[in-house]
Design a protein around this ligand. Structure first.
Ligand code: SF4
Ligand code: SF4
Length: 65
């Protein structure tokens, strides 16, 4: 079990602030097709920085098995 960030697609406006602040490389990716961001859960360290920085409150931490 580990903690990972998840982005609620409906709330995300694609601003990419989360990408800028995530201390780990290539964990949050911007999807050009729907202009929203996505977390690669397997790489996320659960540091919560993105949760605190997202202006839309679109990100939350969840436990992953
Ligand atoms: S900071 Fe929030 S609204 Fe902006 S791209 Fe990331 S998840 Fe979406
Ligand atoms: S919780 Fe930390 S490591 Fe995971 S996506 Fe957010 S900023 Fe990056």
């Amino acid at each position: 079990m580990y903690k990972s960030a998840f982005i609620e697609e409906e709330k995300c406006n694609g601003c990419r602030i989360c990408v800028q602040f995530c201390p780990e490389p290539n964990v949050i990716v911007y999807l050009k097709d729907n202009k929203k961001c996505k977390v690669i859960c397997e790489k996320c360290k659960g540091c919560e920085v993105c949760v605190l920085k997202c202006p839309k409150k679109a990100i939350s931490l969840k436990m992953v098995k």
